[in-house]
Write a protein that binds this ligand. Structure first.
Ligand code: ZN
Length: 214
């Protein structure tokens, strides 16, 4: 399963465990503490155990950590959660995705190149985030950076020649640039695209506060 499809609390659990991976592997963290910090439910933790991302054991027990304990002892106050290697692997793409989403939450919609440079996010991550509905990528006018549509301008007159294939959303031609025949409407290149969070993506970028649960 693609780790980006996990729930927002599950992202937070894996990110927290990966940031503290030495302790998370060796001694684990109390499930009660993890739930407090991340808003994860016992079912969220059970789901991560099902996928092999975490294991559990009871504090003080000499048994090796096991996935099943996360489910069978879900309400036990001494349950400790350990990060597995698979969980560590799953946390890496989540961290990259989170960096992009958090950057967009802070700065608002950004041109693709700006987000890539400032947040260190690759094409692959952006393609995946778009496919999964976390972000929307839309073409923009290269000059004014307002959204552009792949439609002929409605205000175009045949006397002006062949209509350009792009326009602003209000139907006006894109802003003028100097071309071979003088001024002509700009044409967006693949770089002239803007990325914005969707409301779904925003849920993953918001910091967790305990008030979320009340
Ligand atoms: Zn424009």
């Amino acid at each position: 399963m693609n780790p980006l499809k996990l729930s927002p609390p599950q992202w937070r659990v894996l990110r927290y465990l990966a940031i503290h991976s030495a302790s998370a592997t060796r001694v684990g963290f109390l499930a009660t503490k993890l739930r407090d910090l991340t808003g994860a439910s016992p079912e969220d933790l059970g789901g991560l155990a099902d996928l092999g991302h975490v294991t559990g054991r009871l504090h003080g027990s000499v048994e090796a950590p096991a996935r099943s304990i996360v489910i069978t002892a879900r309400a036990h106050p001494k349950l400790r959660i350990h990060l597995t290697q698979a969980g560590k692997n799953a946390a890496a793409p989540i961290e990259a995705a989170f960096r992009a989403l958090r950057h967009l939450r802070t700065h608002g919609p950004l041109p693709v190149a700006t987000l890539q440079d400032d947040a260190g996010v690759g094409d692959d991550t952006l393609t995946e985030l778009e496919a999964l509905g976390f972000i929307e990528i839309t073409p923009i006018c290269p000059e004014c950076h307002e959204p552009a549509q792949h439609d002929e301008p409605s205000s175009w007159t045949p006397a002006w020649g062949r209509p350009p294939s792009w326009s602003h959303l209000d139907g006006e031609p894109l802003c003028p640039v100097v071309g071979v025949n003088g001024y002509e409407p700009a044409t967006p290149t693949p770089k002239d695209r803007q990325i914005a969070l969707t409301s779904f993506g925003r849920r993953y970028a918001e910091p967790y506060t305990r008030q979320d649960q009340s």
